[in-house]
Design a protein around this ligand. Structure first.
Ligand SMILES: Nc1ncnc2c1ncn2[C@@H]1O[C@H](COP(=O)(O)OP(=O)(O)OP(=O)(O)O)[C@@H](O)[C@H]1O
Ligand SMILES: [Mg+2]
Length: 504
């Protein structure tokens, strides 16, 4: 891809994009939120037309790319936001649009045989008969990869594939990527996690604000150099923990029980406290009830037994609005389903929790006031682009996340529940979101932090509790915590490696 330009209206998403990919390499594409990474790769996949520049595949200049032509040219893309159809089975999703026919009917036997071949070849754990809404995110991603492979891809683009994966799932993805590379496939890997980039890549290219900055060989570079290329300055990820005096108990959870999406994610008797001025981190392998627990606190899942008290006031089973009014703000783990309305503007999303109080008179929305507020937040939280009238769907992943963080933090409240607050955001923004969370604590609020990222839990929390199969298997101060003792508790106190996996 040479001297690529692409604008969306006023927004110059790619000003001078350059990218070249060799056969049989894993090539990472990195850069800050909004740098143009997804756009570059969507152009390669033919989802948009380029405004200028040239795309050459196997020495042939390809004009007027569209996804169909891209697939014919051997390009496959796994998007940042998955594109699977929930109500269909895994198999139906994989063959969608490319169904083998037998007479007028779909030949499912043939389809299954074909797909199974790929699954076996790459040793993937996929259950073809399940519906998409019954499988884990990690499995959904393997489904996306198989889908791309069955369409004959030689170039496989993975847009932030690990953002939604646990460390264990990421490891198993990397094994698959290694095999694909051995088979001569070329892989584009987009990620904000520099340690992963350093682990998996052969080469790394960097973009900043729509421009190509450069490419380096993995063996010749370091995370520090990469961070500097991305941001244009030094970044300090290990921010200093602020110690504040903790106050009285703010949140108290007593012997809480709820149903679970799965057997292992049922909540079975959780008790926990968060004090004012304290960050309590919840560590655990995704799917061990963290989501269910949080949902039950914020009124999205019924508490079957037990109590939730905020400042000694019973808030058990209040509805989400009442919970919010009681003083709980909430950064949900999935910004797209819970955190944002993608059709609405940045401004509308920023005021969404306050529409009927601060920003309206009767049924009339005070648009000036809304704009003023939104512009101030966009500035403060560095949401790019600054134009708050544009739809949330037009934002890059990390900037969309910043809207949610900005809204919830500005909402005040007494307790902030932050679930995966830095998912999908770049290292500069991680730095700023983490210090925002520290400020929230310094103001005397309590924070309940849930993160699949152990490093994040350890660097922010004052106290850490570990969840396993819907129970708390241990608690320690952040000073006592390390990857080993947390990892052990995350596996339910069993010896490491018992399940055939490492714990990070
Ligand atoms: N369909 C669209 N309409 C309008 N603007 C868009 C559209 N797609 C992307 N943009 C804008 O183009 C710029 C680059 O976005 P892109 O999604 O390529 O960033 P990115 O590098 O993938 O960021 P992230 O790491 O946050 O995913 C952003 O400013 C974004 O808001
Ligand atoms: Mg992106």
């Amino acid at each position: 891809m040479k001297n690529i330009k692409k604008s969306f209206g006023e927004v110059k998403a790619v000003k001078d994009g350059n990218f070249n990919l060799r056969k049989g390499e894993i090539h990472s594409l990195i850069g800050e939120n909004g740098a143009g990474k997804s756009t570059m790769m969507k152009l390669l996949y033919g989802m948009y037309d380029i405004d200028a520049g040239a795309i050459t595949i196997n020495d042939e200049i390809v004009r007027n790319l569209n996804p169909k032509l891209a697939i014919e040219k051997g390009i496959g893309m796994v998007h940042q936001e998955f594109m699977l159809v929930d109500d269909l089975t895994v198999l139906e999703n994989i063959i969608l649009g490319f169904e083998p026919q037998r007479g007028l009917k779909i030949d499912f036997t043939k389809a299954k045989e074909n797909v199974q071949q790929y699954i076996d070849q790459y040793g993937m754990d996929i259950q073809l008969h399940k519906k998409i809404n019954q499988i884990s995110v990690g499995e959904a991603q393997r489904v996306e990869i198989i889908k791309v492979l069955t369409r004959g891809a030689n170039i496989i683009i993975l847009d932030e594939p690990t953002a939604v994966l646990t460390p264990q799932e990421a490891k198993s993805l990397f094994k698959i990527l290694d095999k694909l590379r051995e088979d001569g496939k070329s892989i584009v890997f987009i990620s904000h996690k520099l340690d992963e980039v350093m682990e998996i890549s052969d080469r790394i290219s960097v973009m900043r604000q729509g421009e190509y900055i450069g490419s380096v060989d993995k063996k010749d570079t370091s995370p520090r150099e990469l961070a500097k290329m991305m941001i244009g300055r030094e970044v300090f990820l290990n921010i200093k923990k602020k110690y504040t005096e903790t106050g009285e108990v703010l949140l108290k959870v007593n012997d809480l029980w709820t149903s679970g999406e799965k057997e292992i994610s049922k909540i079975r008797g959780i008790s926990l406290e968060v004090k004012r001025g304290e960050i309590v981190g919840v560590a655990g392998i995704d799917g061990n009830g963290q989501s269910e627990f949080i949902e039950s606190l914020v009124g999205l899942r019924k508490v079957e037994r037990g109590q939730v008290l905020l400042e000694n006031k019973d808030i058990t089973n209040l509805n989400p609005k009442q919970v919010r009014q009681a003083g709980v703000t909430y950064i949900p783990e999935d910004r797209n389903t819970r955190g944002l309305n993608r059709e609405l503007s940045i401004a509308e999303n920023l005021i969404a929790t306050n529409v009927d109080s601060k920003f309206s008179k009767g049924v009339i929305l005070n648009t000036n006031k809304m704009k003023e507020y939104a512009d101030r937040l966009a500035e403060k939280f560095d949401i790019r682009p600054r134009d708050t009238k544009i739809a949330a769907s037009a934002l890059s992943g990390g900037n969309a996340q910043k809207i949610v963080v900005a809204r919830e933090v500005e909402d005040g409240g007494k307790l902030l529940i932050a679930s995966q607050p830095t998912r999908g955001v770049d290292i500069g923004a991680i730095e700023s979101i983490r210090s925002i969370i520290q400020e929230v604590k310094a103001k005397g609020l309590g924070v309940l932090l849930i993160s699949a990222d152990l490093e994040e839990v350890m660097s922010l929390s004052d106290r850490i509790v570990v969840m396993h199969e819907g129970k708390i298997t241990g608690e320690m101060s952040a000073d006592e915590a390390n990857e080993e003792n947390l990892g052990l508790l995350m596996m339910g106190g069993k010896e490491l490696g018992e399940k055939g996996e490492d714990v990070q």
